[in-house]
Design a protein around this ligand. Sequence first.
Ligand code: 5GP
Length: 141
Amino acid sequence: MSDDPTIFEQIVAGDIPARIVYETDTVAAFLDANPLAPGHTLVVPKEPHERLEDIPDDEAAAVWAAVQELVPQIAAAVDADATTVGVNDGEAAGQEVPHAHVHIVPRFEGDGGGPIHAAAGDRPDLSEDELDGIAADISGE
Ligand code: 5GP
């Protein structure tokens, strides 16, 4: 990982301009520079943790609290019908900025988008045994 400050650290530091819509000691949120919809907002921990699993619990809780507070505010501001909330956690999932962030994307009836299911690739055909094995591996049982 590079030691250079991430784009989002530079935004938080005020070195790169952004339309900041929320800020606390640990969390900031600002409009995405290339929005998928009006009101598309990014919520970040101020510290440059790269992946979700890198964010300490208290900061993760603060990020989620910001998401919950912002979703209705953003939806009201742009008169959205719904909201998609998502994280590209890792390069293979499309993460381009190595500083964890939550996308809040306002959605509108007939906007041409899809559900979050559309983000994944081809659906696997898994047997009951394979599903049992995966569940056991995740839960550690
Ligand atoms: P990712 O693919 O990493 O999940 O998403 C990164 C997001 O950051 C993209 O939606 C992109 O438009 C946004 N972004 C990249 N550079 C900047 C920037 O300098 N300012 C702002 N506000 N957003 C940016």
